[in-house]
Design a protein around this ligand. Structure first.
Ligand SMILES: [Fe+2]
Length: 333
């Protein structure tokens, strides 16, 4: 299985490896289906930009590092319900939220790293909620790398899942962090730390963020973590950036916008070249990433020329030079 942009899809050689869902999370097209060109237009209309496919190139690639699609969709539904309750000024579905976080913590503990499902793999009306789930997965991944306890991961997770909950009560961008803080704080069962994640997730180390222009040392560490996760997820899902490019971009913000130690933990927690990525190597060969073993950024690559699989964590002189997008069309974001 591999993830491709919708413009790379070729009906003659590929079939779906994961279903495509609509805004009600109903299956539009199931696993094994081929996407008819006419249907392709409909998918583009509802904002689908990525597809999971099976083809000759994806043979032997399993994407074990990807979260279960059912868990992902269930958690998206939980966030949607939380937003709906909060919009009506009703209590948040706390038991459901807490269960969802427990499950996500289990998911990240099972794996070396998590491969994100881009929010544009489902109907665009669900993308704000899918964004929240992805931000939580990245935050938890960083938290795991920083050695957080289960208790800390839980509070960080709740804050990350609800970081934009303020948007359910205000359409003014500058207002949503404080609204979110108040919504979370009004639930005694939730930690004040989680509430501060929502309050501080747009603050930056250099004091240029909002709403309070806090400086780095005035912020809690969880907020830095969520803020990094939030920015990275936007680069991937909204701007359609490849993970390796987004990681490089984040590195340039280290020590100014984000604390170095947390950017470092982030870069060591995220897979730059997920299995299924087609890459050009510095020895003039090209190939497809098949799996990640010991080193997150130095995967195994199956060479196009010979079919031989090489381990880049051993062949340290060979570098990945670029990611190859098969049909030249870039996705429109
Ligand atoms: Fe936000």
């Amino acid at each position: 299985m591999r993830l491709i942009t919708i413009n790379e899809y070729d009906e003659n050689t590929m079939e779906l490896a994961k279903p495509i869902y609509d805004s009600r999370k109903r299956v539009l097209l199931g696993t094994g289906a081929k996407v008819h060109p006419k249907y392709m237009e409909k998918l583009k209309e509802i904002g689908i930009k990525y597809l999971f496919v099976e083809d000759a190139k994806s043979k032997g690639i399993s994407l074990d590092e990807m979260i279960e699609m059912s868990t992902w969709l269930d958690t998206i539904a939980t966030v949607e319900r939380a937003f709906m309750s909060s919009a009506k000024k009703e209590a948040l579905p706390l038991v459901e939220i807490q269960k969802a976080i427990k499950k996500l913590v289990e998911e990240i503990k099972l794996r070396k790293a998590i491969i994100l499902i881009p929010t544009s793999a489902i109907d665009t009306t669900l993308s704000p909620f899918a964004h929240a789930v992805n931000v939580t997965l990245i935050s938890l991944q960083i938290g795991k790398h920083l050695g957080y306890t289960n208790h800390q991961l839980h509070d960080l997770g709740i804050g990350s899942l609800l970081h934009d909950i303020g948007k359910s009560q205000s359409t003014i961008r500058e207002e949503h962090p404080e609204k979110g803080f108040n919504i979370i704080r009004s639930h005694r069962e939730l930690s004040l730390m989680s509430a501060h994640v929502a309050y501080q997730h747009h603050e930056t180390m250099d004091g240029q963020g909002f709403p309070r222009k806090l400086k780095g040392n005035e912020m809690i560490e969880f907020a830095h973590v969520c803020s990094i996760a939030n920015y990275f997820e936007n680069l991937i899902s909204h701007e359609g950036m490849a993970p390796h490019e987004a990681i490089e971009k984040m590195m340039t913000l280290s020590d100014t916008v984000y604390p170095h130690g947390i950017v470092l933990a982030f870069s060591q927690s995220i897979i730059a070249y997920p299995p299924g990525t087609h890459v050009k190597l510095s020895n003039n060969e090209s190939g497809i990433v098949t799996r990640i073993e010991s080193h997150l950024q130095r995967p195994f690559v199956r060479l196009d020329s010979s079919g031989e699989e090489i381990d880049l964590s051993e062949k340290v002189t060979i570098l990945i030079e670029e990611v190859i997008i098969e049909k030249k069309q870039q996705i429109n974001t």
